[in-house]
Design a protein around this ligand. Structure first.
Ligand code: SF4
Length: 466
């Protein structure tokens, strides 16, 4: 099984990797198909009009997550990694005013968001909770092209046929052509022991079959710069978050009071918790505001890993560039195993798959830079994930704000606790990480759909919006 560190950590925009980045990427994929000659059509037929329908969780919480806006942006050719957050409103306004999308290299297509973008809450698609149908029609309304895409979490988008193939491939995971194709934590530990390498080193060897060492290191630097920049912007943000819940941004004020406390040497018995929380909340407030973030492994859970890493950098003076690379590679190794064997999608398994996975990844990364053995790292990931099992996804009003912002703070705190507990042990422990991941998968399967990013249960159903 090989999932690159750059598949796990992707630079994009908020508020949701599955509901914002994924649909934007799906629209771009559909545009690419239109431009290719890879689809049958009557001679001389041309697409003149586009229609998109959103299904399952995308239909239920798509408005709050900005899914419709993401689709519109994608149909104009904007991509998650490069779209300028400040330009988004102007692009959407133009499409709503003209009823046309004008992607580069294409003719203009008719697309009236009010009628051609459908939130279909009645008809889920069979492959996954986040389904999308893209259709192209000619001038006379004849359907020429149709594609189904699924946004499977963390910004990953696949077609219905790719989904089927992927599910088949899981059985043959070890056939991947990388030197260390670990598909489970057990295999990862066996390979690390057999090769005498750390988990980060195993991951590095695999990555370097696809790119040079310099490219890998530069890419890891870019990821960390984007995470760190997101924290900095989040610490400067003020005011009310968009969406109508009137949630106030808190990270800036919290940060100012922490800095003042730090400068005056006032004792703070909960110092670690406060710094972890403020960094995580800064990222998730930035995400909720539609800013630039890195999936880690998703947008909703984007604060846990940057917060843990920034905390480590700030309070461990000897932290080096190499440590940052080790942290990210180790975290990505754990994230890949979880994604392969269960899910990182709130719409599939609830928040245990998002914040739970992020916390496990952060715990593993931190244990690695604290010189943990592979066994201690696996133990750290397991502790963090175990104590998120069963956590539902119930964002109020479908916005990635409550409980998501604070939940990332708690995820970071648990990650540090888990790493610390694991480092103080010898790596032997009761519940293997693989068993914990399988438990998460089964719990997700058993979880009512109400608690999987539909916003029709849990907090979303019990808190009155005002
Ligand atoms: S509750 Fe968790 S899984 Fe659901 S949107 Fe918020 S962060 Fe994501």
């Amino acid at each position: 099984m090989f999932l690159s560190v750059f598949d796990i950590f992707k630079i994009g925009i908020g508020p949701s990797s599955s509901h914002t980045m994924g649909p934007m990427s799906a629209a771009n994929r559909f545009l690419k198909v239109i431009r290719s000659d890879d689809w049958p059509r009557p001679g001389g037929a041309h697409i003149a009009q586009l229609k998109v329908s959103l299904h399952g969780s995308l239909a239920f919480t798509g408005v709050g997550h900005g899914t419709g806006r993401a689709v519109i942006l994608g149909l104009t050719g904007e991509e998650p990694h490069s779209v300028e957050p400040d330009r988004i409103d102007a692009v959407i306004d133009a499409v709503e005013r003209t009823g046309l999308v004008r992607p580069p290299g294409h003719p203009a297509y008719e697309f009236q968001p009010k009628t051609n973008l459908i939130y279909d809450k009645k008809q889920p698609l069979p492959g996954h909770a986040n389904g999308m149908t893209f259709q192209g029609f000619d001038r006379d309304g004849r359907l020429l092209l149709k594609r189904i895409y699924y946004s499977i979490g963390g910004g990953f988008v696949i077609t219905d046929t790719e989904l089927e193939a992927m599910r088949g491939q899981k059985k043959n995971a070890s056939e991947e052509r990388v030197p260390y194709p670990f598909a489970s934590a057990r295999e990862m530990l066996d390979m690390a022991r057999g090769a005498g390498l750390s988990i980060a080193a195993l991951k590095r060897v695999n990555e370097e079959t696809k790119m040079s060492r310099a490219e890998l290191d530069a890419g890891l630097d870019r990821i960390w710069d984007a995470m760190n920049g997101c924290i900095d912007r989040g610490l400067q943000g003020e005011g009310i978050l968009p969406g109508g819940l009137k949630v106030r941004r808190r990270a800036r004020a919290l940060h100012e009071s922490l800095e003042a406390e730090w400068r005056s040497n006032r004792p703070n018995p909960v110092l670690a918790n406060d710094w972890l929380s403020v960094y995580a909340m800064a990222v998730n407030e930035e995400n909720a505001g539609g800013g630039r973030v890195v999936t880690a492994p998703t947008n909703g859970a984007a604060g846990v890993i940057p917060a843990t890493l920034r905390y480590f950098k700030r309070f461990y003076e000897a932290a080096s560039r190499e440590d940052i690379h080790t942290f990210l590679l180790t975290a990505a190794a754990i994230g890949g195993i979880i994604k392969h064997n269960a899910s990182i999608s709130g719409a599939e398994v609830g928040c245990q798959g998002e914040v739970g996975s992020a916390s496990a990844m952060a715990a593993a990364g931190l244990a690695a830079v604290m010189d943990g053995s592979p066994e201690q790292i696996e133990n750290a990931a397991e502790i963090a994930l175990e104590h998120h099992l069963g956590m539902t996804c119930d964002p109020i009003a479908g916005l990635v704000q409550v409980p998501c912002i604070e939940r990332n703070a708690l995820g970071a705190v648990k990650a540090v606790t888990a790493a610390s507990l694991a480092i103080k042990g010898d790596g032997t422990h009761f519940v293997p990480l693989d068993a914990c991941i399988e438990t998460m998968r089964q719990t997700g399967d058993d979880m009512s759909e109400k608690y999987k990013e539909t916003s029709i249960g849990g907090l979303a159903a019990n808190v009155v919006e005002c």
